[in-house]
Design a protein around this ligand. Structure first.
Ligand SMILES: *[C@@H]1O[C@H](CO)[C@@H](O)[C@H](O)[C@H]1NC(C)=O
Ligand SMILES: *[C@@H]1O[C@H](CO)[C@@H](O)[C@H](O)[C@H]1NC(C)=O
Ligand SMILES: *[C@@H]1O[C@H](CO)[C@@H](O)[C@H](O)[C@H]1NC(C)=O
Length: 483
Protein backbone atom coordinates (compact mmCIF):
# COMPACT_ATOMS: atom_id res chain seq x y z
CA UNK A 1 0.00 0.00 0.00
CA UNK A 2 1.35 3.39 -0.92
CA UNK A 3 2.38 5.50 2.07
CA UNK A 4 0.15 8.30 0.85
CA UNK A 5 -2.90 6.08 1.13
CA UNK A 6 -1.99 4.88 4.57
CA UNK A 7 -1.59 8.46 5.60
CA UNK A 8 -4.90 9.31 3.98
CA UNK A 9 -6.66 6.56 5.90
CA UNK A 10 -5.17 7.77 9.15
CA UNK A 11 -6.18 11.25 8.27
CA UNK A 12 -9.77 10.12 7.68
CA UNK A 13 -9.87 8.32 11.01
CA UNK A 14 -8.54 11.41 12.70
CA UNK A 15 -11.11 13.63 11.04
CA UNK A 16 -13.90 11.27 12.01
CA UNK A 17 -12.72 11.04 15.60
CA UNK A 18 -12.52 14.82 15.83
CA UNK A 19 -15.98 15.13 14.36
CA UNK A 20 -17.46 12.80 16.96
CA UNK A 21 -15.89 14.75 19.82
CA UNK A 22 -16.87 18.09 18.34
CA UNK A 23 -20.42 16.92 17.70
CA UNK A 24 -20.85 15.83 21.31
CA UNK A 25 -24.57 16.12 21.66
CA UNK A 26 -26.60 15.55 18.50
CA UNK A 27 -28.30 18.69 17.19
CA UNK A 28 -31.78 17.46 17.94
CA UNK A 29 -31.13 17.20 21.66
CA UNK A 30 -31.94 20.27 23.68
CA UNK A 31 -32.14 20.69 27.43
CA UNK A 32 -34.40 22.37 29.98
CA UNK A 33 -32.71 25.00 32.09
CA UNK A 34 -34.73 25.56 35.26
CA UNK A 35 -33.66 27.93 38.02
CA UNK A 36 -35.81 27.12 41.05
CA UNK A 37 -32.74 26.95 43.24
CA UNK A 38 -31.60 28.59 46.43
CA UNK A 39 -28.15 29.04 44.86
CA UNK A 40 -28.50 29.23 41.08
CA UNK A 41 -25.31 29.14 39.04
CA UNK A 42 -24.26 32.31 37.31
CA UNK A 43 -25.95 32.16 33.88
CA UNK A 44 -22.65 32.89 32.13
CA UNK A 45 -21.17 29.79 33.74
CA UNK A 46 -24.19 27.76 32.62
CA UNK A 47 -23.89 29.03 29.07
CA UNK A 48 -20.22 28.02 29.18
CA UNK A 49 -21.32 24.50 30.16
CA UNK A 50 -23.81 24.38 27.30
CA UNK A 51 -21.12 25.40 24.84
CA UNK A 52 -18.48 23.06 26.25
CA UNK A 53 -20.88 20.17 25.81
CA UNK A 54 -22.09 21.16 22.36
CA UNK A 55 -25.68 21.74 23.49
CA UNK A 56 -27.37 23.90 20.89
CA UNK A 57 -30.93 24.21 22.21
CA UNK A 58 -32.38 25.23 25.54
CA UNK A 59 -35.83 25.57 26.97
CA UNK A 60 -36.42 28.19 29.65
CA UNK A 61 -39.35 28.58 32.03
CA UNK A 62 -39.44 32.35 32.02
CA UNK A 63 -37.80 35.31 30.30
CA UNK A 64 -35.23 36.24 32.91
CA UNK A 65 -33.14 39.03 31.42
CA UNK A 66 -29.84 37.89 32.93
CA UNK A 67 -30.34 34.45 31.42
CA UNK A 68 -31.39 35.74 28.02
CA UNK A 69 -28.54 38.22 27.85
CA UNK A 70 -26.05 35.49 28.70
CA UNK A 71 -27.35 33.55 25.68
CA UNK A 72 -26.77 36.48 23.33
CA UNK A 73 -24.43 35.84 20.40
CA UNK A 74 -24.16 32.13 21.16
CA UNK A 75 -26.55 31.01 18.43
CA UNK A 76 -28.10 28.61 20.95
CA UNK A 77 -31.73 28.13 19.96
CA UNK A 78 -34.15 29.07 22.73
CA UNK A 79 -37.68 28.33 23.85
CA UNK A 80 -38.71 31.16 26.15
CA UNK A 81 -41.38 30.34 28.75
CA UNK A 82 -44.31 32.23 30.21
CA UNK A 83 -45.38 31.04 33.67
CA UNK A 84 -48.96 29.89 34.25
CA UNK A 85 -49.77 32.78 36.56
CA UNK A 86 -49.48 35.17 33.60
CA UNK A 87 -51.98 33.31 31.43
CA UNK A 88 -55.10 35.06 32.68
CA UNK A 89 -53.88 38.61 32.07
CA UNK A 90 -52.40 37.64 28.70
CA UNK A 91 -55.76 36.17 27.75
CA UNK A 92 -57.80 39.10 29.03
CA UNK A 93 -55.74 41.92 27.66
CA UNK A 94 -53.99 42.11 24.31
CA UNK A 95 -51.95 45.13 25.46
CA UNK A 96 -50.37 42.92 28.14
CA UNK A 97 -49.36 40.43 25.47
CA UNK A 98 -47.91 43.24 23.39
CA UNK A 99 -45.90 44.54 26.34
CA UNK A 100 -44.67 41.07 27.15
CA UNK A 101 -43.50 40.47 23.58
CA UNK A 102 -41.86 43.87 23.37
CA UNK A 103 -39.93 43.52 26.63
CA UNK A 104 -39.15 39.82 26.49
CA UNK A 105 -38.81 38.96 22.81
CA UNK A 106 -38.31 41.87 20.43
CA UNK A 107 -35.62 43.48 22.58
CA UNK A 108 -33.53 40.34 22.42
CA UNK A 109 -33.97 39.16 18.87
CA UNK A 110 -33.15 42.51 17.34
CA UNK A 111 -30.06 42.19 15.19
CA UNK A 112 -30.11 38.42 15.61
CA UNK A 113 -28.50 38.67 19.04
CA UNK A 114 -30.64 36.07 20.80
CA UNK A 115 -31.93 33.12 18.82
CA UNK A 116 -35.50 32.64 20.05
CA UNK A 117 -37.49 30.01 18.20
CA UNK A 118 -40.62 29.39 20.27
CA UNK A 119 -42.57 30.98 23.08
CA UNK A 120 -43.91 28.38 25.51
CA UNK A 121 -47.16 29.87 26.76
CA UNK A 122 -47.79 28.40 30.22
CA UNK A 123 -46.22 25.25 31.57
CA UNK A 124 -48.38 22.11 31.58
CA UNK A 125 -51.44 24.35 32.10
CA UNK A 126 -53.92 21.48 31.75
CA UNK A 127 -52.26 19.26 34.32
CA UNK A 128 -54.96 17.42 36.23
CA UNK A 129 -53.63 18.56 39.60
CA UNK A 130 -54.35 22.20 38.68
CA UNK A 131 -58.07 21.39 38.80
CA UNK A 132 -58.80 23.33 35.63
CA UNK A 133 -57.42 26.66 36.89
CA UNK A 134 -55.65 27.43 33.61
CA UNK A 135 -57.95 25.66 31.17
CA UNK A 136 -59.92 28.75 30.34
CA UNK A 137 -57.19 31.36 29.64
CA UNK A 138 -54.59 29.25 27.80
CA UNK A 139 -55.97 29.31 24.26
CA UNK A 140 -56.73 33.04 24.29
CA UNK A 141 -53.25 33.71 25.72
CA UNK A 142 -51.67 31.64 22.95
CA UNK A 143 -53.50 33.63 20.29
CA UNK A 144 -52.76 37.00 21.86
CA UNK A 145 -49.05 36.28 22.15
CA UNK A 146 -48.82 35.07 18.54
CA UNK A 147 -50.73 38.13 17.37
CA UNK A 148 -48.30 40.35 19.24
CA UNK A 149 -45.35 38.46 17.72
CA UNK A 150 -46.84 38.92 14.28
CA UNK A 151 -47.46 42.59 14.84
CA UNK A 152 -43.89 43.03 16.05
CA UNK A 153 -42.72 41.54 12.75
CA UNK A 154 -41.18 38.38 14.21
CA UNK A 155 -44.16 36.05 13.88
CA UNK A 156 -42.72 34.27 10.83
CA UNK A 157 -39.72 33.10 12.80
CA UNK A 158 -41.12 32.77 16.31
CA UNK A 159 -44.15 30.61 17.03
CA UNK A 160 -46.15 30.06 20.17
CA UNK A 161 -46.83 26.67 21.65
CA UNK A 162 -47.67 25.34 25.10
CA UNK A 163 -45.77 22.54 26.84
CA UNK A 164 -48.36 19.94 27.76
CA UNK A 165 -48.07 17.01 30.07
CA UNK A 166 -48.80 13.61 28.55
CA UNK A 167 -51.90 13.57 30.78
CA UNK A 168 -53.78 15.66 28.18
CA UNK A 169 -54.42 12.43 26.29
CA UNK A 170 -55.12 8.87 27.28
CA UNK A 171 -56.23 5.55 25.97
CA UNK A 172 -59.09 3.68 27.61
CA UNK A 173 -57.71 0.29 26.57
CA UNK A 174 -54.06 1.21 27.14
CA UNK A 175 -53.06 0.69 23.51
CA UNK A 176 -51.84 3.67 21.45
CA UNK A 177 -54.39 3.34 18.64
CA UNK A 178 -57.20 4.06 21.14
CA UNK A 179 -55.53 7.35 22.09
CA UNK A 180 -57.69 10.44 22.39
CA UNK A 181 -57.45 13.80 24.06
CA UNK A 182 -58.76 13.73 27.61
CA UNK A 183 -62.53 13.97 27.68
CA UNK A 184 -62.80 17.04 29.95
CA UNK A 185 -60.63 19.16 27.61
CA UNK A 186 -61.20 17.39 24.31
CA UNK A 187 -63.03 20.14 22.43
CA UNK A 188 -60.49 22.71 23.57
CA UNK A 189 -57.55 20.48 22.59
CA UNK A 190 -59.02 19.96 19.13
CA UNK A 191 -59.30 23.73 18.68
CA UNK A 192 -55.77 24.27 19.96
CA UNK A 193 -54.13 21.68 17.70
CA UNK A 194 -56.09 23.00 14.71
CA UNK A 195 -54.73 26.43 15.56
CA UNK A 196 -51.19 25.04 15.92
CA UNK A 197 -51.46 23.45 12.49
CA UNK A 198 -52.69 26.61 10.83
CA UNK A 199 -50.13 28.75 12.68
CA UNK A 200 -47.12 26.48 12.05
CA UNK A 201 -46.67 25.73 15.76
CA UNK A 202 -45.43 22.39 17.05
CA UNK A 203 -47.05 20.26 19.77
CA UNK A 204 -44.79 20.25 22.81
CA UNK A 205 -45.29 17.20 25.04
CA UNK A 206 -43.62 16.09 28.26
CA UNK A 207 -43.23 12.31 28.51
CA UNK A 208 -42.00 10.67 31.70
CA UNK A 209 -41.48 6.91 31.78
CA UNK A 210 -40.20 7.39 35.33
CA UNK A 211 -43.60 8.68 36.42
CA UNK A 212 -45.35 5.71 34.82
CA UNK A 213 -43.24 3.52 37.05
CA UNK A 214 -43.52 5.74 40.12
CA UNK A 215 -47.27 6.15 39.96
CA UNK A 216 -48.16 2.54 39.33
CA UNK A 217 -46.69 -0.16 41.59
CA UNK A 218 -47.72 -2.82 39.05
CA UNK A 219 -45.99 -1.14 36.13
CA UNK A 220 -43.57 -3.56 34.43
CA UNK A 221 -40.25 -1.91 35.30
CA UNK A 222 -38.34 -2.84 32.16
CA UNK A 223 -41.01 -1.24 29.99
CA UNK A 224 -39.91 2.13 31.38
CA UNK A 225 -36.48 1.58 29.79
CA UNK A 226 -35.34 0.76 26.27
CA UNK A 227 -33.88 -2.71 26.56
CA UNK A 228 -35.10 -5.95 25.07
CA UNK A 229 -36.06 -7.29 28.47
CA UNK A 230 -39.55 -5.84 28.59
CA UNK A 231 -42.69 -7.76 27.73
CA UNK A 232 -43.85 -6.02 24.57
CA UNK A 233 -47.24 -4.41 24.07
CA UNK A 234 -48.96 -5.29 20.81
CA UNK A 235 -51.25 -2.88 19.03
CA UNK A 236 -52.77 -4.16 15.78
CA UNK A 237 -49.57 -5.85 14.72
CA UNK A 238 -47.28 -3.09 15.96
CA UNK A 239 -44.90 -4.14 18.71
CA UNK A 240 -44.04 -1.66 21.49
CA UNK A 241 -41.04 -2.47 23.64
CA UNK A 242 -41.04 0.68 25.78
CA UNK A 243 -43.54 3.07 27.31
CA UNK A 244 -41.96 6.13 25.68
CA UNK A 245 -42.86 4.93 22.17
CA UNK A 246 -46.30 3.76 23.27
CA UNK A 247 -47.01 7.09 24.96
CA UNK A 248 -45.73 9.13 22.03
CA UNK A 249 -47.83 7.13 19.58
CA UNK A 250 -50.90 7.58 21.79
CA UNK A 251 -50.41 11.28 21.09
CA UNK A 252 -49.94 10.59 17.37
CA UNK A 253 -53.30 8.80 17.34
CA UNK A 254 -54.98 11.54 19.36
CA UNK A 255 -53.73 14.12 16.87
CA UNK A 256 -55.00 12.05 13.99
CA UNK A 257 -58.48 11.92 15.50
CA UNK A 258 -58.35 15.68 16.05
CA UNK A 259 -57.77 16.17 12.32
CA UNK A 260 -54.09 17.11 12.53
CA UNK A 261 -52.26 13.87 11.73
CA UNK A 262 -49.03 15.56 10.63
CA UNK A 263 -48.62 18.15 13.37
CA UNK A 264 -44.97 18.41 14.36
CA UNK A 265 -44.28 16.94 17.81
CA UNK A 266 -41.43 18.05 20.01
CA UNK A 267 -40.75 16.28 23.29
CA UNK A 268 -40.45 19.24 25.64
CA UNK A 269 -39.28 17.24 28.64
CA UNK A 270 -37.89 13.74 29.02
CA UNK A 271 -35.47 12.42 31.61
CA UNK A 272 -34.95 10.42 34.77
CA UNK A 273 -34.28 11.67 38.32
CA UNK A 274 -31.39 10.43 40.44
CA UNK A 275 -32.64 10.66 44.03
CA UNK A 276 -35.77 10.97 46.15
CA UNK A 277 -37.33 7.60 45.32
CA UNK A 278 -36.34 3.94 45.19
CA UNK A 279 -36.31 4.01 41.36
CA UNK A 280 -34.54 7.35 41.19
CA UNK A 281 -30.79 6.79 41.25
CA UNK A 282 -27.76 7.21 39.01
CA UNK A 283 -27.85 3.60 37.81
CA UNK A 284 -31.43 3.79 36.59
CA UNK A 285 -30.96 7.26 35.14
CA UNK A 286 -27.91 6.04 33.23
CA UNK A 287 -29.78 2.98 32.02
CA UNK A 288 -32.66 5.16 30.82
CA UNK A 289 -30.48 7.75 29.10
CA UNK A 290 -28.19 5.20 27.47
CA UNK A 291 -31.16 3.44 25.89
CA UNK A 292 -32.80 6.69 24.98
CA UNK A 293 -29.74 8.25 23.34
CA UNK A 294 -29.16 5.11 21.32
CA UNK A 295 -32.70 5.39 20.11
CA UNK A 296 -32.31 9.09 19.28
CA UNK A 297 -29.04 8.49 17.42
CA UNK A 298 -30.66 5.73 15.39
CA UNK A 299 -33.20 8.20 13.97
CA UNK A 300 -35.81 5.47 13.98
CA UNK A 301 -38.42 7.54 15.86
CA UNK A 302 -41.51 5.65 16.98
CA UNK A 303 -43.53 3.04 15.08
CA UNK A 304 -46.12 5.62 13.99
CA UNK A 305 -43.67 8.50 13.53
CA UNK A 306 -40.48 7.07 12.11
CA UNK A 307 -37.61 9.51 11.66
CA UNK A 308 -35.81 12.06 13.77
CA UNK A 309 -37.00 12.88 17.27
CA UNK A 310 -36.64 16.42 18.52
CA UNK A 311 -36.29 16.38 22.29
CA UNK A 312 -35.44 18.49 25.31
CA UNK A 313 -33.96 16.68 28.27
CA UNK A 314 -35.21 17.41 31.74
CA UNK A 315 -33.09 18.71 32.96
CA UNK A 316 -29.78 20.44 33.12
CA UNK A 317 -29.34 21.05 36.87
CA UNK A 318 -30.86 19.90 40.15
CA UNK A 319 -33.18 22.51 41.66
CA UNK A 320 -33.40 22.45 45.45
CA UNK A 321 -36.48 24.66 45.75
CA UNK A 322 -38.83 22.90 43.38
CA UNK A 323 -42.13 21.86 44.90
CA UNK A 324 -41.93 18.32 46.26
CA UNK A 325 -45.66 17.89 46.00
CA UNK A 326 -45.29 15.51 43.01
CA UNK A 327 -42.59 13.57 44.91
CA UNK A 328 -39.20 14.03 46.57
CA UNK A 329 -37.48 13.20 43.27
CA UNK A 330 -38.56 16.60 41.90
CA UNK A 331 -35.35 18.22 43.09
CA UNK A 332 -33.09 15.66 41.40
CA UNK A 333 -33.79 15.76 37.68
CA UNK A 334 -30.47 17.26 36.61
CA UNK A 335 -27.93 15.41 34.50
CA UNK A 336 -25.67 17.75 36.45
CA UNK A 337 -25.84 18.44 40.17
CA UNK A 338 -26.94 21.91 41.23
CA UNK A 339 -23.31 23.08 41.17
CA UNK A 340 -22.75 21.95 37.58
CA UNK A 341 -20.76 18.78 38.24
CA UNK A 342 -21.79 15.82 36.06
CA UNK A 343 -23.42 12.95 37.96
CA UNK A 344 -22.48 9.92 35.90
CA UNK A 345 -20.88 9.00 32.60
CA UNK A 346 -23.33 9.18 29.77
CA UNK A 347 -23.39 8.09 26.14
CA UNK A 348 -25.11 11.16 24.85
CA UNK A 349 -24.09 10.72 21.22
CA UNK A 350 -25.72 7.27 21.31
CA UNK A 351 -22.68 5.75 19.65
CA UNK A 352 -21.63 3.50 22.52
CA UNK A 353 -19.08 5.86 24.01
CA UNK A 354 -19.50 6.66 27.68
CA UNK A 355 -18.07 9.93 28.83
CA UNK A 356 -18.41 12.42 31.63
CA UNK A 357 -19.96 15.63 30.37
CA UNK A 358 -17.92 18.79 30.86
CA UNK A 359 -18.72 20.32 34.24
CA UNK A 360 -19.28 23.98 35.06
CA UNK A 361 -16.11 26.04 35.10
CA UNK A 362 -15.28 28.82 37.54
CA UNK A 363 -17.79 27.82 40.22
CA UNK A 364 -16.94 29.30 43.61
CA UNK A 365 -17.69 27.24 46.71
CA UNK A 366 -18.11 28.33 50.31
CA UNK A 367 -15.54 27.13 52.85
CA UNK A 368 -14.82 23.46 53.38
CA UNK A 369 -16.96 23.27 56.50
CA UNK A 370 -20.12 21.52 57.59
CA UNK A 371 -22.65 21.82 60.37
CA UNK A 372 -23.21 18.47 62.13
CA UNK A 373 -24.83 16.99 65.22
CA UNK A 374 -22.66 17.46 68.29
CA UNK A 375 -22.18 14.05 69.89
CA UNK A 376 -21.50 15.73 73.24
CA UNK A 377 -24.86 17.49 73.18
CA UNK A 378 -26.68 17.57 76.52
CA UNK A 379 -30.25 17.30 75.31
CA UNK A 380 -30.56 14.75 72.52
CA UNK A 381 -34.31 14.48 73.12
CA UNK A 382 -34.80 17.74 71.31
CA UNK A 383 -33.41 16.29 68.09
CA UNK A 384 -36.64 15.58 66.19
CA UNK A 385 -38.10 19.09 66.22
CA UNK A 386 -34.70 20.50 65.25
CA UNK A 387 -34.45 18.20 62.22
CA UNK A 388 -37.98 19.13 61.34
CA UNK A 389 -37.12 22.81 61.56
CA UNK A 390 -34.03 22.43 59.35
CA UNK A 391 -35.95 20.44 56.77
CA UNK A 392 -38.77 22.95 56.67
CA UNK A 393 -36.39 25.43 55.07
CA UNK A 394 -33.68 23.30 53.49
CA UNK A 395 -33.84 20.42 51.04
CA UNK A 396 -33.94 17.10 52.90
CA UNK A 397 -35.37 15.08 50.04
CA UNK A 398 -32.32 12.79 50.08
CA UNK A 399 -33.32 11.56 53.57
CA UNK A 400 -36.61 10.08 52.39
CA UNK A 401 -37.25 6.33 51.93
CA UNK A 402 -35.40 4.92 48.93
CA UNK A 403 -33.09 7.94 48.74
CA UNK A 404 -29.32 8.25 48.96
CA UNK A 405 -29.24 9.19 52.67
CA UNK A 406 -32.05 7.01 53.97
CA UNK A 407 -29.74 4.64 55.84
CA UNK A 408 -28.14 7.23 58.10
CA UNK A 409 -28.70 6.66 61.82
CA UNK A 410 -30.60 9.15 63.94
CA UNK A 411 -27.56 11.33 64.65
CA UNK A 412 -26.25 11.32 61.12
CA UNK A 413 -29.72 12.24 59.90
CA UNK A 414 -29.61 15.20 62.22
CA UNK A 415 -26.19 16.11 60.86
CA UNK A 416 -27.46 15.89 57.31
CA UNK A 417 -30.46 18.10 58.02
CA UNK A 418 -28.44 20.63 60.02
CA UNK A 419 -25.85 20.84 57.28
CA UNK A 420 -28.41 21.36 54.53
CA UNK A 421 -29.87 24.25 56.50
CA UNK A 422 -26.46 25.71 57.32
CA UNK A 423 -25.34 25.56 53.68
CA UNK A 424 -28.59 27.05 52.48
CA UNK A 425 -27.98 29.92 54.90
CA UNK A 426 -24.56 30.44 53.27
CA UNK A 427 -22.73 28.93 56.28
CA UNK A 428 -23.93 31.65 58.57
CA UNK A 429 -22.60 30.80 62.04
CA UNK A 430 -25.95 31.43 63.66
CA UNK A 431 -27.50 28.86 61.32
CA UNK A 432 -25.60 26.09 63.11
CA UNK A 433 -27.12 26.17 66.58
CA UNK A 434 -30.23 23.97 66.73
CA UNK A 435 -30.72 24.32 70.48
CA UNK A 436 -27.03 23.64 71.15
CA UNK A 437 -27.21 20.30 69.38
CA UNK A 438 -24.97 21.29 66.48
CA UNK A 439 -21.38 22.24 65.75
CA UNK A 440 -19.30 23.31 62.78
CA UNK A 441 -16.51 21.00 61.56
CA UNK A 442 -13.79 22.02 59.15
CA UNK A 443 -11.97 19.91 56.56
CA UNK A 444 -13.57 16.68 57.70
CA UNK A 445 -16.25 15.72 55.22
CA UNK A 446 -19.11 13.86 56.92
CA UNK A 447 -20.28 12.35 53.59
CA UNK A 448 -20.73 8.58 53.40
CA UNK A 449 -20.35 6.38 50.35
CA UNK A 450 -23.90 6.94 49.15
CA UNK A 451 -24.82 10.15 50.95
CA UNK A 452 -23.15 13.39 50.03
CA UNK A 453 -23.04 16.29 52.52
CA UNK A 454 -22.73 19.20 50.14
CA UNK A 455 -20.85 22.45 50.48
CA UNK A 456 -22.91 25.22 48.98
CA UNK A 457 -21.72 27.48 46.18
CA UNK A 458 -21.46 31.24 46.27
CA UNK A 459 -24.85 32.29 45.03
CA UNK A 460 -25.19 34.16 41.79
CA UNK A 461 -27.75 36.30 43.57
CA UNK A 462 -30.77 35.35 41.51
CA UNK A 463 -32.78 34.08 44.46
CA UNK A 464 -36.46 33.57 43.83
CA UNK A 465 -37.96 35.44 46.78
CA UNK A 466 -41.52 34.43 45.99
CA UNK A 467 -40.60 30.81 45.44
CA UNK A 468 -38.85 30.78 48.76
CA UNK A 469 -42.02 31.90 50.51
CA UNK A 470 -44.06 29.21 48.80
CA UNK A 471 -41.50 26.55 49.61
CA UNK A 472 -41.36 27.50 53.27
CA UNK A 473 -45.10 26.94 53.43
CA UNK A 474 -44.86 23.59 51.67
CA UNK A 475 -41.94 22.73 53.90
CA UNK A 476 -43.89 23.48 57.07
CA UNK A 477 -46.48 20.97 55.96
CA UNK A 478 -43.91 18.37 54.96
CA UNK A 479 -41.20 19.01 57.54
CA UNK A 480 -42.37 16.19 59.76
CA UNK A 481 -41.79 13.61 57.06
CA UNK A 482 -38.05 13.85 57.51
CA UNK A 483 -37.71 13.13 61.21
C1 LIG B 1 -40.91 39.69 30.96
O1 LIG B 1 -40.55 38.47 31.60
C2 LIG B 1 -40.19 38.60 32.94
C3 LIG B 1 -39.65 37.26 33.42
O2 LIG B 1 -40.49 36.18 33.09
C4 LIG B 1 -41.40 39.09 33.72
O3 LIG B 1 -41.07 39.23 35.09
C5 LIG B 1 -41.87 40.42 33.15
O4 LIG B 1 -43.05 40.82 33.79
C6 LIG B 1 -42.12 40.30 31.64
N1 LIG B 1 -42.41 41.61 31.09
C7 LIG B 1 -43.65 42.02 30.77
C8 LIG B 1 -43.79 43.40 30.23
O5 LIG B 1 -44.63 41.32 30.89
C1 LIG C 1 -57.23 20.60 43.52
O1 LIG C 1 -58.24 19.94 44.23
C2 LIG C 1 -57.79 19.07 45.25
C3 LIG C 1 -58.97 18.30 45.82
O2 LIG C 1 -60.09 19.11 45.93
C4 LIG C 1 -57.04 19.90 46.29
O3 LIG C 1 -56.54 19.06 47.30
C5 LIG C 1 -55.89 20.64 45.62
O4 LIG C 1 -55.22 21.48 46.53
C6 LIG C 1 -56.38 21.47 44.45
N1 LIG C 1 -55.23 22.00 43.73
C7 LIG C 1 -55.17 23.23 43.24
C8 LIG C 1 -53.91 23.62 42.56
O5 LIG C 1 -56.08 24.03 43.35
C1 LIG D 1 -32.71 1.32 14.84
O1 LIG D 1 -33.47 1.45 13.64
C2 LIG D 1 -33.88 0.23 13.04
C3 LIG D 1 -34.59 0.53 11.73
O2 LIG D 1 -35.05 1.84 11.65
C4 LIG D 1 -34.76 -0.55 14.00
O3 LIG D 1 -35.13 -1.78 13.44
C5 LIG D 1 -33.99 -0.77 15.30
O4 LIG D 1 -34.82 -1.41 16.24
C6 LIG D 1 -33.51 0.54 15.88
N1 LIG D 1 -32.70 0.34 17.08
C7 LIG D 1 -32.92 1.01 18.21
C8 LIG D 1 -31.96 0.76 19.32
O5 LIG D 1 -33.84 1.81 18.35
Amino acid sequence: MAPARVLGTWFMILVQATLIIAQGIPDDIGINWGTISSHPLNPHIVVGMLKDNGIKKVKLFDANSWTLNSLANTNIEIIVGIPNNKLQTLADDYETAKDWVKENITEYVRGGKVNIKYVAVGNEPFLRTYNGTYVHPTFAALKNVQRALNEAGVGDKIKVTSPLNADVYDSASGIPSDGEFRSDIKDLMVQIVQYFKQNGSPFLVNIYPFLSLYENPNFPEEFAFFGDAANPLYDKGIKYTNVFDANFDTLVCSLKKAGTPDLKIIVGEVGWPTDGDKSANNDNAKKFYDGFFKKVANNSGTPLRPGKLEIYLFGLLDEDMKSIQPGFFERHWGIFRWDGTPKFPIDISGTGKDQMLVGAKGVQYLHRQWCIYNMDAQNPDGIAPQISYACTYADCSSLTPGSSCENLDKYARASYAFNMYYQMQDQNERACDFGNLAMVVRDSDPSTKSCSFPIQIVSAGMKGGVMKGVMVLAGVLLGLCFT
